[in-house]
Design a binder for this molecule. Structure first.
Ligand code: AMP
Ligand code: ZN
Length: 472
């Protein structure tokens, strides 16, 4: 049974999708004004791990991640670079796709863009206006927080406490400092769209409400994002969607803990700001993913160069086993023994770790126990069958490759010399057979002895020759 910590109820709950085996999941994506940073990467990768695990469990996940392509930050950048806002956002959308591919993040089913959903956004604001949850002040439309009685239910904040807080922007046009923008009146030179309230552009929160409901329905299963978004972004999404639709918006809210660098908040001014592309220049996707996976998704993560390099080193054992398997699949084409090994126990342990609110550190520990025990079995047995290696590979494909994304067999093959080595051995064996046929026993013995010196022993049976490598 899968249980998920739900920010809304503040407890772990059994996961029950609305319409199994389908699961509808929405993750707040990037604001495309720059390359995404390693903190964003943590949220994207952990969301990817959750999605992949749900798929392993047999759920058919419809995964939607929005691209915020209308925003103050994009406008600011477009002024700085003297480019159209659209040119800026398109450039960083391309970069986003390049980077997630390199990080081996599975593509979402849909990447809705705010600029392509203006009609839906305007319609939603109109509905809120009709239901008296919104008011227009000369072309600026605000959400009236006092009208939504459940305001604060996600973040646990109380309206009166919030009102006395000093961090809320004061705006003379608002009835209440907590009210937030649904539609912003156009300023000269800014991108704008036509609307019943005049030229303008939408607020950030309404974009997510409109796009998530459009693609996933008025009530859907999972909504995720970094925990910086709980308030006000997600609180406001709930207020907008539930007020307009009269229905519960989301069943399970998942929030990713923040990533800090050497115990400090990452920021450009502190000089500790790293984009995912910077880190990818030096470290593999697997090492980056491993450095995240070792911490539970909800907790804070202290990121550092040491963490990355120790994660990379930690993966060596797994990669070595993967190379052995690539070789093993051709060692004993037929025959050999299949040692007793409780594959099911490791599978069950992996599942129970991930079923417990996606406990990826525990799941990774199961994989490393598995690697250790497989290596022990290999060391203790001679002439292991291909069947055994296939089962080892099957387990790793499902878990380390399929869910956590910390191993890639296709790379193991190209990076290891195993395949070439095996082809060369096959070539020499065939050469020896020909030499024997021609009664050139001097040459055939030379080949056998030469291979033996290299740790490869040949075994002749009635109609074929197989070989065994002494593992180093
Ligand atoms: P943004 O582009 O800032 O809107 O963020 C995109 C996603 O990354 C959101 O889900 C954020 O909550 C998340 N995020 C931003 N900064 C961090 C961080 N330092 N650690 C973890 N997640 C973050
Ligand atoms: Zn959002």
């Amino acid at each position: 049974m899968l249980s998920i910590y739900n920010t809304l109820t503040k407890r772990k709950e059994e996961f029950r999708p609305i319409n199994p085996p389908f699961v509808n999941m929405y993750v707040c994506g990037p604001t495309v004004y720059d390359y995404f940073h390693i903190g964003n990467a943590r949220s994207f990768i952990m969301a990817d791990v959750i999605r992949r695990y749900l798929e392993l469990k047999g759920y058919r996940v419809k995964y939607v991640m929005n691209l915020t392509d209308v925003d103050d930050k994009i406008i600011k950048k477009s002024i700085q670079e003297n480019k159209e806002a659209k040119v800026v956002s398109e450039n960083y959308i391309d970069a986003f796709f390049e980077d997630i591919k390199k990080l081996k993040i599975k593509q979402a089913d849909i990447y809705p863009k705010a600029t392509e959903h203006m009609e839906d956004i305007v319609k939603l604001i109109e509905e809120l206006e009709e239901k008296h949850f919104a008011y227009n002040v000369g072309g600026n439309v605000f959400y009236d927080v006092s009208k939504f009685k459940d305001y604060g239910k996600l973040s646990g904040k109380k309206i009166d406490e919030l009102e006395s807080g000093s961090r809320i922007e004061i705006n003379e046009e608002k009835n209440n400092p907590l009210d937030f923008s649904l539609w912003k009146k156009a300023k000269p030179g800014e991108p704008s769209w036509n609307s019943p309230w005049g030229e303008g552009r939408p607020g950030w929160h309404i974009e997510c409400s409109a796009m998530s409901c459009k693609h996933l329905g008025k009530t859907f299963d999972i909504h995720a994002g970094g925990n910086d978004l709980i308030f006000p972004h997600h609180e406001n999404e709930i207020a907008q969607s539930e007020a307009a639709n009269g229905k519960k918006f989301v069943n399970y809210w998942i929030h990713f803990g923040f990533l800090n660098i050497n115990d400090e908040k990452m920021s450009k001014s502190l000089g500790n700001f790293f984009t995912a592309r910077d880190i990818l220049k030096k470290y593999s996707a697997e090492a980056i993913r491993m450095s995240f996976i070792q911490t539970h998704y909800a907790g804070p993560l202290n990121f550092s160069e040491e963490l990355l390099s120790s994660s990379g080193k930690g993966l060596e054992k797994l990669k070595n086993l993967a190379s052995k398997i690539s070789e093993g699949s051709v060692i004993n084409k037929e025959g050999g023994i299949t040692p007793a090994f409780e594959f099911k126990r490791y599978e069950d342990n992996f599942t129970s770790a991930m079923d417990d609110d996606f406990n990826s550190p525990q799941a990774a520990a199961v994989i490393f126990d598995f690697v250790r025990d497989v290596n022990k079995t290999i060391a203790e047995n001679n002439n292991i069958s291909n069947e055994f290696f296939l089962q080892v590979k099957g387990f790793l494909e499902k878990t380390a490759v399929g869910v956590l994304g910390i191993l890639d067999f296709s790379e193991e093959k190209t990076s290891s010399s195993g395949e070439l080595e095996n082809s060369l051995i096959d070539f020499l064996i065939n050469l020896r057979i020909e030499a024997k046929k021609e009664k050139n026993f001097l040459l055939s013995d030379k080949i056998r002895d030469g291979l033996k010196e290299l740790g490869i022993t040949l075994q002749d049976s009635k109609d074929k020759t197989s070989y065994k490598k002494i593992s180093t």
